[in-house]
Design a protein around this ligand. Sequence first.
Ligand code: PMP
Length: 389
Amino acid sequence: MPTIARRVVPFGTTIFTEINSLAQQYNAINLGQGKPDFDGPAEVVEAFRRALADGSYNQYAPGPGAPSLRQAIADFVGRFYNLDIDPARGVLVTPGATEAIFASIMGLVDPGDEVIIIEPFFDSYAPGVLMAGATPVYVPLYAPDWTFDEDELRAAFNPRTRALILNTPHNPTGRVFNRAELTLIAELAQQFDVTVISDEVYEHLVFDDYQHIPIATLPGMFEHTVTIGSAGKSFGMTGWKVGWVYGPETLVQGVGQAHQFIAFAVNHPAQQAVAHAFNTLPGSYYEDVRALYTTKRDLMMQALQAGNLKTALPQGTYFAMADFSDVFDGDSRAFAEYLIKEIGVACIPPTAFYSAEHQHLGRTQARFSFAKHDEMLHATAERLARLRA
Ligand code: PMP
């Protein structure tokens, strides 16, 4: 009998698939997967419709991305972060941030290299590193503040370190890394000549006075960084799967050499619509998104408090990690099942976001997404209140 490759055997099915089907089966409020249950801007959808009907975009886009979108991304990065990017050589369009991450690893890391992953981590990072034949080296964040230990970070760097995967604002903890933390990473990256693969898909989702700082903007870091974004997050269109990478030409070229044989090109009409979003949405769009999600975050906090679940206030993203140890005796997997079946709310147990060696750090944690209608978050509070009983 033919068998599947050993490489993928340990990956199993993603936790999202499992939780989604269980949530459906029990008719639970699904705060599992990070996808909004409302639409992105109507004029951006309309731009997609126009691009389809136009007839000019129904064949392959250029492999590195539609010139209009690459230009729009370079303009955006110049406007927001004061970085000077060449749209032709310094930007690559990918089918979502997921492929951007995978192509970055495949294009910038050799077999046998070490790649530092801060954990808990977005679940595609470790499989990407493993499929590249490299070795993940994990540096944990510690609850309740979700900061790393400086000595542990330093100890992770050595001459074999080729890359570090950074994610800020951070899924699943809601942390926005501050300048001091980023400066330490930047110093070590330069000292050990390491590439930072910086996943910044939640760049616009920051709350209160927190500020998103792209690590590429720190002194000396542009040449060491590829930065990843996603229209799924920036414009609320996760189903479109349009992402991008920008950075210095040599690194982006490496990513592109992998991308050309992974995806080759990206949905052409979608790229036109995303270019339209970049070029025409006013600055107030990003402020409105922040305001919208600040309200949702606060509703989420109320719901978690109603259930006596302890959480740090998310500084960014649309996720909160909560500690359930005051109301449930068991591990995160058991809690997620109990919550779906008995309380009617679905969350994600963070087991898939930790290496085996650090699983215990997520044992009493659960991730909730608040990219949901306000009514759903109110209903969540009512249901979670039953946890106190
Ligand atoms: N990185 C992070 C941190 C994410 O949370 C997600 C989506 N949940 C992605 C990457 C993937 O983005 P995309 O849908 O554009 O592939």
